[in-house]
Design a protein around this ligand. Sequence first.
Ligand code: 13P
Length: 287
Amino acid sequence: MLVSVTEMLQKARKEKYAVGQFNINNLEWTKAILLTAEECKSPVILGVSEGAGKYMTGYKTIVGMVNGMLESLNITVPVALHLDHGSYDGALAAMEAGFSSIMFDGSHYAIEENVAKTTELVNLAHSKGVSLEAEVGSIGGEEDGVVGAGEVADPAECKMIADLGIDILAAGIGNIHGKYPENWQGLNFDVLAEISEKTSPMPLVLHGGTGIPEEMIKKAISLGVSKINVNTECQLSFAEATRKYIEAGKDLEGKGFDPRKLLAPGFEAIKATVKEKMELFGSIGKA
Ligand code: 13P
């Protein structure tokens, strides 16, 4: 059964490790992440962006697929199905379809509107036993070829949003989605420490987990980060393994073109990446 992230992340914050949110795109992604979590006895969060939701034909399909796999793969570790960067309407739709956790990203609204919409959604989410992540300070990244620096959130605004009764808080601290540019300044730990102090014991979320150096990940966890989102890194591992298979001409040997064979190296590569992250985040054996 899917669970909200509340309990798993409160435990993580207390015991100083982080639970990975790995974004899914299809059946192979979902199966790879669930099997790795079970093998590692780690709690896990499956992230679904609105774009990935549309790609997989809608939230209901995803809820059906994930619930089916929890049963058929005998998954016993805590699993949350979480909407990533949800709009207001997306949040309502995902809750209605059976997601167990929602991120409402109101970071692009003025703080008053972010507060109003987050308040409305947190009340609704909690009435359904669903957890809610809110965001302050937008997380940059590559959009239309332009790489924006990650914004740094205002700790006072973080406190305002945290006090609304949300379950987890994502705050921009110079992190961005996708690969980091050469001249990236790194995470702003002074601001993270201030946010953490003002909002404690709220579990904090670090977006843009791909490419952040290990020492920075560990330091972020020590300062209250309890959930780390990883998306691009699984995509890169999958693409690299698939490319190698095709470049080696394996799809031309025997029945190597069978999608169950063709997608197997990418599937294994996602498993390896997820395991590596679970080790780094310290969530192995914490289920
Ligand atoms: P990356 O794609 O940089 O790993 O970021 C993932 C993320 O933060 C999803 O919300």
